[in-house]
Design a protein around this ligand. Structure first.
Ligand code: PLP
Ligand code: TYF
Length: 390
């Protein structure tokens, strides 16, 4: 039956891990996948997660199905974390929230809901470049994906003028636009309002960028305070280290409780045929952490610890590249925030790094800063310096 099925290409991000695993050199480094690693390069289970799991085991809960939209204690706490406890639409019971299969699932629910119900168009504008999975997620949701300028390869920084121009040229009232929650400047709120675009935020790293969950939610809260009725995808993969537990939430800010109830009903109709209802365990862990002051406090400390380690790696790397007289300008490494850095390395340079130095990253030159530690960062800097010098 499948003789006409062509072999597809491997996933651009997960393929990097495959290549890394096959490499037997002891110096090898994997900077492909965006998963936190500790000082010793090991995966890290947060202390607050272990404590929450102990509490859950002691409580011996049943394994009954969750409702279609997930664990109510979790969705409530997730919305409060994102929008803030003093958020007007939240206090007004006008935010429709559902649990999701992590951030990816939240984006997919959002894509499907927009595809079915956004009245003006099926076009979504994504920043260029964006997370590699964004385009397939929204395309498979039935939306037409277009791009707006976002990252300037020359300055290795935000192309703010290009971004404004492209969004100003987007057809009025007919488009939705997507943005990374931690990099969306205030001025955009006005442009998006003026053009009547619909803002869709992806908050996959709340707390990871600055070390503070409320600072990282600034753009989301600012847009909401300006009256935008946003869509929001949340992931607890990175900030709670719950990757494989698949904990996330999708929410829509609506006008009032009556509209919210209608939106709630349609979200259920979107989700039910996709996967019926979400998994239980991770949502229980997250809601336990978010709901208990002692664990919440410990979580904040642990998120800050992860963020600070990444920030210190940024400084170390920038300084090392400069000290090695590496051609080019490297301040973007400390200017960028979050888990990743767009190094500006070219595709041939990333290929050389893999072949000669056993260092793996995505072909676009993106590195996961969390893969660096005091034992490998100097080897990495020297290898990059050599690759750039050619
Ligand atoms: N959005 C962005 C920008 C990401 O980088 C990621 C993961 O790397 C995700 C969403 C979704 O991740 P997950 O589905 O594991 O929550
Ligand atoms: O590193 C990244 O950008 C992510 C990581 O099911 C990832 O793509 C890997 C697997 C997965 C979701 C996210």
């Amino acid at each position: 039956a499948w003789s006409a099925v062509p072999a597809g290409p491997p996933d651009a991000i997960l393929g990097v891990t495959e290549a890394f695993k096959a490499d037997k050199d002891p110096r090898k480094i994997n900077l492909g996948v965006g998963a936190y690693r500790d000082e010793h390069g090991k995966p890290y289970v947060l202390g607050c997660v272990k404590k929450a799991e102990d509490i859950l085991v002691a409580a011996d809960p049943d394994k009954e199905y969750l409702p279609i939209t997930g664990l109510p204690a979790f969705t409530k706490a997730a919305a409060k974390l994102a929008y803030g406890e003093d958020s007007a639409p939240l206090l007004n019971n006008a935010v429709s929230v559902t649990q999701s299969i992590s951030g990816t699932g939240a984006l997919r629910i959002g894509g499907a809901f927009l595809g079915r119900w956004y009245p003006h168009s099926k076009t979504i504008y994504l920043p260029v470049p964006s997370w590699g999975n964004h385009t397939p997620i929204f395309r498979d949701s039935g939306l037409e994906v277009k791009g707006y300028r976002y990252f300037d390869k020359k300055t290795v920084g935000l192309d703010f003028e290009g971004m404004k121009e492209d969004l100003k040229n987007a057809p009025e009232n007919r488009s939705s636009s997507y943005m990374h929650a931690h990099t969306t400047p205030r001025e955009l709120s006005d442009i998006i309002k003026e053009k009547k675009l619909f803002p869709f935020f992806d908050m996959a790293y709340q707390g990871f960028a600055s070390g503070s969950t409320s600072d990282d939610a600034f753009a989301v809260r600012h847009f909401v305070s300006q009256g935008h009725r946003i869509a929001l995808a949340q992931s607890f993969a990175k900030n709670m280290g719950l990757y494989g537990e698949r904990v996330g939430a999708f929410s829509l800010v609506t006008t009032d409780p009556e509209e919210r109830a209608r939106v709630d009903s349609q979200l259920k109709i979107v989700i039910r045929p996709m996967y019926s209802n979400p998994p239980l365990h991770g949502a229980r862990i997250a809601s336990t952490i978010l709901g208990r002051p002692d664990l919440y406090h410990q979580w904040e400390t642990e998120v800050k610890h992860m963020a600070d380690r990444i920030i210190s790696m940024r400084h170390h790397l920038r300084d090392a590249l400069v000290l090695l007289d590496t051609p080019g300008e490297w301040d973007h490494i400390t200017r960028q925030i979050g888990m990743f850095s767009f190094t500006g390395l070219t595709q041939p340079q990333t290929k050389t790094l893999a072949e000669k130095a056993h260092i793996y990253m995505t072909a676009d030159g993106r590195i996961s800063m969390a893969g660096l530690n005091s034992a490998n960062i100097d080897y990495f800097a020297e290898s990059v310096s050599n690759a750039v010098k050619g």
